[in-house]
Write a protein that binds this ligand. Structure first.
Ligand code: AP5
Length: 218
């Protein structure tokens, strides 16, 4: 399984990548999670990415592509969640896959409207250790602020403040939306309705992008 998930912030890419990677044994490669982990560990990459992420801007392509190269060296079955985000990143991914004689199965576009996204992101709570997300409106934890699975504290992301969410949506429109045409032109684009409940979105992805795939191992 080799998929990329495309879509605006809050569309549910991380939620679905987590579900499907567990089910199919593919690696979830979330550039946002990798960058946040680097910030937490105060690495050079974390420091370089910090100001871009705080503003809601994209981290420069060169840094991101280097990160992805390292991730891809370790696996051939993956779900990319948050990458690529520019045409230059998509071209770099195609080149990396070509070098390894691998092909992408599909780019899955998560279609959603901005109003829903702002509401979802400002009510999102995350377990920073596992990446498991909750939503205080649609999917609250049993105890507020506490993860159902490991009992650890949940937190809100810095870039989920309303003003930063608005900036992230603008950046998506300007820099990431062109990828829709990029993948459509090469017949790799499929689309799901990201406003449906989580289980329904999972079923749609299975139908349009995964049903023809063998059950993969990582
Ligand atoms: P990143 O971490 O990738 O954030 P994002 O793309 O903005 O996506 P999110 O994680 O906010 O949303 P999501 O679509 O995963 O939604 P989720 O499943 O959590 O990037 C952060 C920053 O890092 C960027 O701004 C940039 O600075 C940098 N960066 C990352 N990658 C980069 C790259 N390639 N190039 C350059 N810079 C990069 O769901 C959201 C909420 O909704 C949750 O509460 C969830 O429970 C809920 N929910 C999910 N699905 C549903 C549903 N179907 N119904 C109801 N609620 C739902």
């Amino acid at each position: 399984m080799r998929l990329v998930f495309l879509g605006p912030p809050g569309a549910g890419k991380g939620t679905q990548a987590r579900i499907l990677s567990e089910r199919f044994g593919a690696r979830q490669i979330s550039t946002g999670d990798i960058l946040r982990d680097n910030q937490e560990r105060q690495t050079d990459l974390g420091h370089m990415a910090e100001s871009y992420m705080q503003r809601g801007d994209l981290v420069p392509d060169a840094l991101i592509v280097k990160m992805i190269e390292a991730e891809l060296a370790e696996c051939s079955n993956f779900i990319m969640d948050g990458f690529p985000r520019t045409v230059a990143q998509a071209e770099a991914l195609d080149a990396l896959l070509k070098e390894r004689r691998l092909a992408l199965d599909a780019a899955v576009l998560f279609a959603a409207n901005p109003q829903t996204l702002v509401a979802r992101l400002t009510s999102r709570w995350t377990n920073p250790r596992t990446g498991r997300t909750y939503n205080t409106i649609t999917d609250p934890p049993r105890v507020p602020g506490v993860d159902d699975e490991d009992g650890g504290p949940l937190m809100q992301r810095d870039d989920d403040r309303p003003e930063t969410v608005i900036r992230r949506l603008e950046v998506y429109d300007a820099q990431t939306k062109p990828l829709v045409a990029f993948y459509r032109a090469t017949g790799r684009l499929v689309e799901v309705d990201a406003l449906q409940p989580v289980d329904t979105v999972t079923a749609q992805i299975l139908k349009v992008a995964v049903s023809a795939q063998p059950q993969a191992t990582s």
